[in-house]
Design a protein around this ligand. Structure first.
Ligand code: ACO
Length: 379
């Protein structure tokens, strides 16, 4: 091994800025998150997810006419493509739903007439069609696991109401739609997180938009990233009731287990999105009359934060919120996909507009150069 001093490396690219972005600003010091300059809490309070998606792609909120046009487009593209359905039906019902949605997006890419066209107009069109089509995959996948038939979309409902309608075959009540819409807005975008960075790396090779989204789905699946919202619910199932939270934590910390739904690479004093999602969870707890779930939520959060100084992230309140709405735990991360596809595609377009191949360096720390041993010829 060489004795030369090793250059400093930044494991996990922690703290390393790698490019500019005009899409969102995460500020850990002020504990704030801006989408195109707007605080995400204000957007969650007064905009729909459709408006936020438009904002992320176009840089401005839509006016009345632009919103009407976009809504019309979204409603016209909600149906599950029969070929995608055919492929989904061919997958085992015990396949992880993230594998299903990843496969479905891959099929959509292979069937998309615009795959090779990376003009800004074509990229926007593909982004909007993915936004409209992914809910049908997620909703249908949950239904087929339960042995239920596909529910066709309704074009008299907004994005979130229709998403829930396709999953549960009933028009959801307003507090449920509102909480779901808030979760979609909060999950939509978060600068250079692992999955978004993955999408940008793939785009930087001049690959196509669907390939970048498929890769991003793969990155999101991991429990250190999007997969944490499912893991939170598994934790709740393990603990069972608020009174057991302390003892469970003793064991988890002794076993050096990570407590899912806590901690963040950027926010060290709390995740800016949590108070808004917690308020949405509170309204669901009231709607479904589940104070026991809230008690468990509070017991674990208070005890863990007090002991370790590590705060909940967005996955902590969103996991139990999706559970209360009736989603199966394994569908939580695909719901994150349905939302984050807006941020991913906005970043794909931004990357393409001022591209440089993303190709970092590595520092070799293997054995020094050596010669391949010469073998004696066999007699
Ligand atoms: N449970 C227990 N310990 C934790 C946790 C946690 N959730 N998070 C951080 N720590 C501890 C680590 O063990 C480590 O301790 P050590 O210094 O004694 O070894 C220290 O805090 C630093 O943690 P790292 O994992 O090195 O910090 P990093 O910035 O890389 O972590 C991460 C960020 C990966 C999100 C981490 O907090 C984690 O694993 N959390 C659980 C998974 C999770 O909830 N992910 C969702 C992320 S947000 C999102 O995708 C919406």
């Amino acid at each position: 091994m060489s004795d030369a001093p090793k250059p400093e490396i930044f494991k996990g690219l922690a703290g390393v800025p790698v490019d500019y972005t005009a899409i969102s600003k995460v500020n850990a010091e002020t504990n704030s998150l801006l989408y195109r300059g707007y605080p995400v809490q204000q957007l969650a309070a007064s905009a729909t997810f459709e408006e936020v998606a438009y904002l992320l792609w176009h840089g401005e909120l839509p006016d009345e006419r632009q919103l009407a046009e976009f809504e019309q487009f979204e409603r016209a593209n909600r149906h599950l493509d029969p070929v995608v359905k055919h492929v989904v039906d061919a997958l085992p019902t015990n396949a992880h739903p993230m594998d299903v949605v990843r496969t479905a997006v891959s099929v959509m890419g292979a069937r998309d007439g615009l795959t090779a066209d990376d003009s800004p107009e074509a990229e926007l069109d593909k982004s909007k069609r993915l936004f409209a089509a992914i809910p049908a995959v997620v909703a249908y996948d949950q239904r087929r696991r339960r042995g239920l038939e596909l529910v066709e979309p309704r074009d008299d409902l907004g994005y979130s109401a229709n998403f829930l309608f396709m999953a549960f075959d009933e028009v959801p009540e307003l507090p449920v739609v509102d909480a779901f819409d808030v979760s979609m807005i909060l999950y939509a975008e978060h600068s250079f997180n692992a999955s978004t960075f993955t999408a940008r790396v793939v785009t930087s090779t001049l690959s196509d938009l669907h390939s970048a989204v498929v890769a991003a789905i793969g990155a999101l699946k991991g429990p250190l990233h999007g997969g944490a919202n499912e893991a939170v619910m598994h934790t709740f199932d393990e603990i069972g009731e608020a009174e057991r939270a302390s003892a469970w934590l003793d064991e988890a910390l002794a076993a050096k287990r990570k407590v899912m739904g806590f901690g963040h690479r950027v926010y060290k004093n709390g995740d800016s999105r949590v108070p808004t999602m917690k308020a949405a969870l509170d309204s669901l707890v009231e709607h479904y009359d589940r104070p026991d779930l809230l008690a468990l939520y509070e017991a674990l959060a208070n005890e863990f934060t007090e002991r370790k100084g590590i705060h909940p992230n967005l996955d902590y309140p969103s996991g139990p919120a999706y559970h209360l709405m009736g989603w199966d735990t394994e569908q939580f991360t695909p719901l994150f996909v349905a939302s984050r596809v807006t941020g991913w595609t906005a970043h794909i377009m931004e990357q393409r507009a001022s591209n440089a191949l993303i190709r970092p360096l590595s520092v070799y720390d293997g054995v020094d150069q050596r010669d391949v041993p010469q073998r004696e010829p066999v007699e």
